[in-house]
Design a protein around this ligand. Structure first.
Ligand code: PLP
Length: 396
């Protein structure tokens, strides 16, 4: 059966070049970068080169890059590291209602430790209003954390504007750029942020490796105690193979970014138009234009996203309902609820995320299969006759 992989926001297929770059570091080049003999020095050089490539890709200095075990770890490290290092100055953190759980659960844990947290709202497109962020700042605010783009609905946030506000109030600003790095331009100087998280497996690198960029001079408490690795900011023998793979993937993604953005935006808009025209009672989630090139997210009235996914799987199409981390949960997505969707509509969500391997034939195949799947499921749905989309959807 044909396999159409449209879950690239959950993870991506590693490039062949990445696999080839990694393999020697899992085999003969196994030295510990902290040791002093030949194979160890080779590992150190490879790690330093990887750090240099990542820094170059985001317009940073190599010594500002901390390799982590994931995007989740980078988010945890940024938020808890900054909060604890500045707790004498203030105990207030600002974030948004639609962050990934790596951020949301980090600030919730801090809340249990006595920090105050403001969750700014979003509009019906999932967009944060910088004025809401500014209004939330108090003399106790030590950190703002707003994601660059949302993983479920793809909306790209006005990070530069929020960064200006943060700077004018002397507050540190972290952005979770896990969904944007390698996909749209990420330049830490242009964005104006102080800390930024990224993750290898979202741009065709390996899983289990991410990075946190911390602007020189930003004070952070050490998050993982142990050895003095990563300039004494993260203990633990480095994942050399992972770092090498992440750096190669990012370097290649940067090279192809412009053409990939154009290609995927074209496919995405073709897919969105096709679905909106061929299926009644469907809503596009997220901003119509300020969205990730590969993200197409919908809510279908009267049916469950999970049942659409299972039917798609039967015909070889991989998608997702909400984010990979929350699928399996029966709760509707916190992102869609924050955007003002009622829970019965939010339950019918489907995210199709396009990527490097996506072809025009893949999109045509989805457009051929999905309308039939939706109408078949609706025919079996006990809700079809009861709720009207317009009545149920009181969007903000
Ligand atoms: N932040 C965002 C916006 C994400 O989409 C994800 C992954 O889905 C993460 C953080 C977590 O990254 P990782 O899977 O590397 O832990």
């Amino acid at each position: 059966m044909k396999l159409v992989y449209l879950d690239n926001a959950a993870t991506t297929k590693p490039r062949q070049e990445v696999v080839e770059a990694i393999l020697p570091f899992l085999a003969e080049r196994y030295g510990n970068p902290s040791s002093i003999y030949g194979i160890a020095r080779e590992a150190r050089v490879a790690l330093d080169e990887a750090r240099g490539k990542v820094a170059k890709a985001i317009n940073a200095h190599p010594e500002e890059i901390i390799f982590t075990g994931s995007g989740t770890e980078a988010d945890n490290m940024a938020i808890k590291g900054v909060a604890y290092a500045h707790s004498k100055r203030g105990n207030h953190i600002i974030t948004s209602q639609i962050e990934h759980h790596a951020v949301l659960d980090s600030v919730k844990r801090l809340k249990k430790r006595g920090f105050e947290v403001t969750f700014v709202p979003v509009d019906s497109y999932g967009m944060v209003d910088p004025a809401d962020v500014e209004a939330a700042i108090t003399s106790d605010t030590v950190l703002i954390s707003i994601m660059h783009a949302n993983n479920e609905v793809g909306t790209v946030q006005p990070i530069e504007d929020i960064a200006e506000i943060a700077k004018s109030h002397g507050v540190l600003f972290h952005t979770d750029a896990v969904q944007t790095t390698g996909h749209i331009p990420v330049d830490v100087k242009k964005l104006g942020v102080d800390l930024l998280s990224l993750s290898g497996h979202k741009f065709k690198g390996p899983k289990g490796i991410g990075a946190l960029w911390v602007r020189k001079g930003v004070k952070m408490e050490k998050f993982i105690d142990g050895g003095g690795q990563e300039r004494n900011r993260r203990g633990g023998t480095e994942n050399v193979a992972g770092a090498v793979g992440l750096a190669v993937a990012l370097e290649l993604a940067e090279k192809e970014m412009e053409s990939e953005m154009t290609r995927l935006t074209g496919f995405r808009d073709y897919l969105i138009k096709g679905i909106m025209e061929s299926i009644p009672n469907v809503r596009l989630n997220g901003h119509p234009t300020r969205r990730l090139p590969g993200n197409a997210s919908f809510c279908f009235e009267f049916i469950e996203g999970e049942s659409v996914l299972l039917s798609l799987d039967k015909v070889g199409i991989c998608g997702s309902s909400g984010s990979a981390c929350t699928s399996g949960s029966l709760e509707p997505s916190h992102v869609l609820l924050a955007m003002g969707l009622p829970s019965e509509i939010a339950h019918g969500s489907l995210r199709l995320s396009l990527g490097h391997e996506t072809t025009a034939e893949d999109i045509d195949y989805v457009l051929e299969m999905l309308p039939g799947i939706v109408s078949k499921l609706r025919a079996m749905s006990p809700f079809s006759a009861e709720i009207s989309f317009d009545d149920a959807c009181k969007c903000k």
